[in-house]
Design a protein around this ligand. Sequence first.
Ligand code: PYC
Length: 328
Amino acid sequence: MSPAPSFVSGVTHRLPFVDSHSAGEPTRVVLGGFPELPGETLAQQRRALSRDFDRWRTLVNLEPRGNEVLVGALLLPPKAPDCVAGVIYFNNAGPLGMCGHGTMGLVSTLAYLGRIGPGEHRIDTPVGVVTATLHDDGRVSVANVPAYRHLQNVSVTVKGLGEVRGDVAWGGNWFFLVEVGDRRLGLDDIAQLSDETLRIRRALKAAGVTGAGGAEIDHIELSSTMQDKNGGGVHRNFVMCPGGAYDRSPCGTGTSAKLACLAADGKLQPGQVWRQESVIGSVFEGQYSWQGGQVHPVITGRAFITVQGELIVQPGDPFAWGIGVAAE
Ligand code: PYC
């Protein structure tokens, strides 16, 4: 048999990856194939990625190789001491600060590859070092960066919804958290919930409501205490992510922001477990401790490996860098 012609077999880029999902939300850990990112810290490297190498993010995250739900996690050598890995998270819209479900996916991926075992592992991220514990049963607890409420009971007028009130809080990303009483948040409601949360985000932007230092609030979180079939209360959320996709998981950074608000209101005590359900019914458990006057959240969940492979780019592919991104 003669060798395949190069227009069939040629490859310009290969990016080995492992996909997983944490409580339904996918993470793609990219193990290599990116250009060298300059910088002394992960934060500097994230800036370099956005400024000079954004096409590599779009290659991973946009169709036809990725999708709007996927969170990419670029595995890098750590810059901070005693860390097992460095990571930069991103999605279809751009880089993320931290990512709770992504850290569960990363830790489970490193364990799947035999690079780490059960125990505590420090991970370097652009917003600081986080510690993740891989438990013997496969669950992962993420000790996130400190979370806090930045603004309380902010009112914003939203087209079609009227006045909406919520808190602005940091949990590794910026969130606007809106209490929606015992409203049903379920799979059948996703189109409506997506529409509402996108409207809220637009209204916040138009009104100039931001996180600290003028940071954009790019995640909107609706929180409900729904009745379960036994009449008990279930804490559910619906989280709209920056790229317009909703989080299938209860959102690790969103749950952290929620814990910060509950702590500030005296509604949850340190060490008390908060079961946070997502709109698809998956669960993370959260708790926090006070350290140096700050809320330190710990979020626990489980990730499962779904795919291992290589992203491949062939010469002449008009969608090498993603749909909507010009070919070179
Ligand atoms: O789990 O923190 C999280 C997260 C952020 C965006 C999607 N998931």
